[in-house]
Design a protein around this ligand. Structure first.
Ligand code: GTR
Length: 329
């Protein structure tokens, strides 16, 4: 067992013993929140900001403690623990929720959004609300959607300019069947793997590359071991902040409202931090000598047609895709 896994396991047990949502005094509540990213990353900072808002709104009664840097485990594990109320809040990407809440597939679909603004507009409106509502039957309360930029390929071998360049390369993908099929449809070999294992996977040559946005590529230091970053931007799959329904049900309706409002307020803050971080991360990797190239997305978009057939496979999901497309007319 790796050091990281041991720490995660110990913490998980400690958290389980403490029973999730902690009430120090009857009226004082500290919500535990998980994040895979390090301190300072926009998602981590946004949840800390939410905690400040919540404290203010509840006269200090409710606060959030953020466990960053996957201290509580890799995303898949924390998602399970959140279901059982061992973890109260969890900030994860939509992708590892694809198999649990089918509606989350739609915003992860390849090239579904035409721009960052389009993604924000869709997720702020009724489509985003409907997707967040779909979390509840699965045991989660969808609180807020955060930016995650666009995911692009990086690898240790050569720049990806055409589909041919992807042939024979092995890419780690986020743990979602949709992503496995997307990357395979482009002609590469996809291997789902936990985020925390990617750096060593790249270093040892187990994988040739992975795919992610600027801030993750930079903060994970993957750029040190995979120095070709090719901007095909195949998915703008956003982040979600969700709460365990078990923990949620322990709150009074007033406190639930305060949590929801504070989460919504953190979205604006997150976007400011996100825009600045994308810029900063780009500069950092450029200065480190990363070779960056633009990609003509047309053949990539075409190659993804079967993905829409396979994954927009129910009348509900087809309708959601159509509603997103309608915002682009
Ligand atoms: C990042 C995302 C993380 C995690 C990671 C991954 O963009 O913010 O939550 O899902 O990607 O690739 O595993």
């Amino acid at each position: 067992m790796s050091m990281m896994k041991t720490t995660a396991a110990v913490l998980a047990v400690a958290t389980a013993l403490a029973g999730g949502l902690v009430a120090a005094k009857a009226q004082e509540i500290t919500l535990r929140s998980a994040d895979t990213h390090p301190d300072g990353y926009p998602t981590v900072e946004a949840v800390k900001y939410m905690s400040d808002v919540l404290k203010k709104e509840t006269d200090g009664r409710i606060a959030i403690q953020v466990f960053d840097s996957h201290q509580l485990g890799e995303e898949k594990e924390t998602i399970e623990q959140t279901k059982f109320g061992v973890i109260d809040l969890n900030r994860v990407n939509f992708a590892p929720m694809n198999g649990i809440v089918p509606e989350t597939i739609v915003p992860c679909m390849p090239y579904i959004f035409t721009s960052k603004e389009n993604m924000r507009e869709v997720m702020d409106g009724p489509i985003g609300e409907d997707i967040l509502k779909a979390f509840e039957p699965a045991g989660y309360i969808g609180l807020a959607v955060y930016d995650s930029g666009a995911r692009s390929f990086y690898n240790s071998k050569h720049p990806i300019k055409t589909l041919d360049d992807l042939k024979g390369l092995k890419f780690r993908v986020i743990q979602s069947d949709l992503f496995v099929d997307m990357v395979n449809a482009l002609g590469a070999n996809a291997t789902p793997m936990a985020y925390g294992e990617v750096y060593s996977g790249l270093q040892t040559g187990l994988i040739d590359g992975a795919e992610n946005n600027w801030p993750s590529y930079e903060s994970s230091k993957h750029y040190e071991v995979a120095k070709y970053y090719s901007l095909d931007q195949h998915s703008q799959c956003p982040e979600v902040l969700m709460m365990s329904k078990v923990s949620w049900d322990k709150l009074s309706p007033e406190d639930q409202k305060a949590v929801r409002d504070a989460a919504k307020q953190s979205v604006t803050k997150m976007r400011e931090l996100w825009d600045a971080q994308e810029e900063k991360s780009r500069k950092t990797v450029e200065a480190a000598g990363v070779e960056i190239n633009e990609v003509d997305p047309a053949p990539f978009i075409k190659a993804m047609d079967p993905i829409y057939e396979k994954y927009a496979n129910t009348p509900e999901l087809k309708e959601l895709v159509k509603r997103v497309r309608d915002t682009q007319k």
